[in-house]
Design a protein around this ligand. Structure first.
Ligand code: SF4
Length: 297
């Protein structure tokens, strides 16, 4: 198994991301979000395991990495689970990558990312923090072991103040669960200094859907109707009906742009809603250091 690989091995039909790599220091993620998709392909998904000989493998695999493409950290786990405070695996990997001039985008739900501000602002690195609601009670139910929304917004503020270009992921939006507080959330993200927002609707898989409706039994019927009776199947997921998704995301786009930020959707099939240069926010990665050349390794 490699530690660094081309992003999107399944070539999702709706993905508009630029070509990039994906890197994770950990397998599994202790945040245990109800909607998480990794439980459909990672055994023991909510147990976080550090990858063995991580830095040695990373340095070896970098020989094959195209230095023009950026490295996204991480897509199937959070790079800052609680154990990272002690192990510092993401920090060590980040140091190796940024000191060599690689372009990196960190994607996290944890304010532990602020610990690495010294490294982040010294290299070609931007940060994207996912915030799905400002409602602490709701977040606690939806993302039980992730840091609170308040801490995530504070982390965005600190990073922006420290000179780091930041985007936010308002992702996923789940009808009847977190679609109501979007306006307040967008305002708070804008106030933190974020310049780009990526949003998408919940994409149901059988296991994540079961977790959700077990936690919200009163919504079972409505969500079943929306996703299974009226929704569409795309790849391995069930999505809301196209019109419902379009209207919801258009509403978010308008709020985001009214608040001075650019907008994009993630795997929705609506490129016309995109106002940012990229969907994933990777256009924010600064060019502070010369790019590495393959011959260096
Ligand atoms: S933070 Fe991401 S990878 Fe971790 S449990 Fe939540 S959705 Fe899954």
């Amino acid at each position: 198994m490699t530690v660094i690989a081309p992003f999107d091995p399944w070539k999702g039909p709706l993905c508009t991301c630029p070509p990039k790599y994906s890197f994770s220091a950990y397998t599994g993620c202790t945040h245990a979000c109800l909607y998480c998709y990794i439980s459909s392909y990672i055994p023991r998904p909510f147990e976080c395991r550090a990858k063995r000989r991580l830095i040695e493998r990373l340095l070896r695999e970098l020989r094959k990495v195209n230095p023009d493409l950026h490295i996204s950290i991480a897509n199937s786990s959070d790079p800052y689970p609680p154990v990272e405070a002690k192990l510092e695996l993401t920090r060590r990997a980040l140091r190796e990558l940024l000191s060599r001039g690689y372009k990196v985008q960190l994607i996290t739900k944890s304010d532990l990312v602020v610990r690495d501000l010294d490294l982040i602002r010294s290299g070609n690195c931007s940060v994207s923090i996912t915030v799905t609601t400002l409602d602490e009670k709701l977040a606690n139910k939806l993302e039980p072991l992730a840091p609170s929304p308040k801490r995530r917004i504070k982390a965005l503020e600190t990073l922006v103040r420290g000179g780091v270009p930041c985007s936010a992921r308002l992702d996923p939006i789940i009808p009847g669960i977190n679609d109501e507080g979007v306006e307040k959330l967008v305002k708070s993200i804008a106030k933190a200094g974020v310049s780009h927002v990526v949003s998408s609707t919940y994409k149901a898989k059988v296991d994540s859907f079961e977790r959700l409706v077990k936690a919200y039994p009163k919504l079972r019927e409505r969500l079943y109707e929306l996703y299974w009776s009226k929704g569409v199947r795309i790849g391995r997921s069930r999505l809301l009906p196209r019109k419902v998704r379009y209207n919801l995301l258009k509403y978010v786009k308008e709020l985001v742009e009214e608040n001075g930020m650019t907008f994009a959707t993630c795997r929705e099939g609506f490129p016309s809603l995109q106002s940012g240069e990229t969907c994933d926010g990777s256009h924010l990665i600064p060019n502070r250091r010369a790019q590495p050349r393959l011959t260096l390794f």
